[in-house]
Write a protein that binds this ligand. Structure first.
Ligand code: PGA
Length: 248
């Protein structure tokens, strides 16, 4: 089944109002590549300004709370980011798992909250280096998917991202064979959970994607796009990834 490629950026805890100027060229590149979907997750404080500045570009959040409102000081709900102009959110990113102790169950609840509030979801999974070295990468990813993917997930609102933790921000990537293997296993696991809807769910690869390796990584079977951290911070680095996706 043909799935449109999605190139999604994630600014993490970077950026400023001045940095939003980078989005002008990203939006232009997205408009020039109508066969590719392009999205950018930015810090909460920049969502509204980004959405106003580049209304054609899908702007998203990097996380949301699992509840819609309540006594949760410092947290931000899916409805709040939606009102600010977000169209999607990332959930279950490995940095939140590592820094905030989030679990796959948390990611499940956040995905459900995002969907309830009309946001598209990019849900992350991926093994640590120790888990890969122990030969457990497949089982870890399968278990994460089983615990975090909502029963009603389908491609109209749900995207999975495979991001091996040891590849994030390190300049190291798995081999294409390793990526193909995990993505095939992820697709099979999705099929067990949500049936034929699994065919419509995009599975992104994330971890040290750059303009130099994007064409190779995006051509791997079952890789339906990229989730990009460091190389999403400037248009000069991000646009070549969009162009690589458009050229496939
Ligand atoms: P990176 O980050 O591209 O900087 O490796 C990827 C991610 O965390 O989504």
């Amino acid at each position: 089944m043909a799935r449109r490629k999605l190139v999604a950026g994630n600014w993490k805890m970077n950026g400023s109002r001045a940095a939003l100027a980078e989005l002008d060229a990203v939006a232009a590149a997205a408009n020039a590549a109508p066969q590719v979907d392009v999205a950018m997750a930015v810090p909460f404080t920049l969502i509204a300004a980004a959405a106003e500045r580049v209304p054609d570009l899908s702007i998203g959040a990097e996380d949301v709370h699992e509840r819609d409102s309540g006594a949760h000081t410092g947290c931000v709900s899916a409805g709040m980011v939606k009102e600010a102009g977000a169209r999607f959110t990332i959930v279950g990113h490995s940095e939140r798992r590592a820094d905030q102790g989030e679990t796959s169950q948390d990611a499940w609840a956040k995905a459900a909250a995002a969907h309830r509030n009309g946001l598209h979801v990019i849900l992350c999974c991926g093994e640590t280096e120790a888990e890969r070295n122990a030969g457990r990468a497949e089982r870890v990813v399968q278990a994460q998917i089983e615990k975090s993917v909502p029963d009603n997930a389908d491609g109209s609102w749900f995207t999975l991202a495979y991001e091996p933790r040891w590849a994030i921000g390190t300049g190291r990537t798995p081999t294409v064979e390793e990526i193909a293997s995990i993505h095939a296993i992820a697709r099979a696991k999705l099929r067990m959970l949500i049936g034929d809807a699994a065919d419509g769910v995009r599975i992104l690869y994330g971890g040290s994607v750059t303009g130099d390796n994007a064409a190779t990584l995006l051509a791997v079977e079952n890789v339906d796009g990229a989730l990009v951290g460091g190389a999403s911070l400037t248009a000069a680095k991000f646009v070549p990834i969009i162009e690589a996706a458009a050229g496939l």
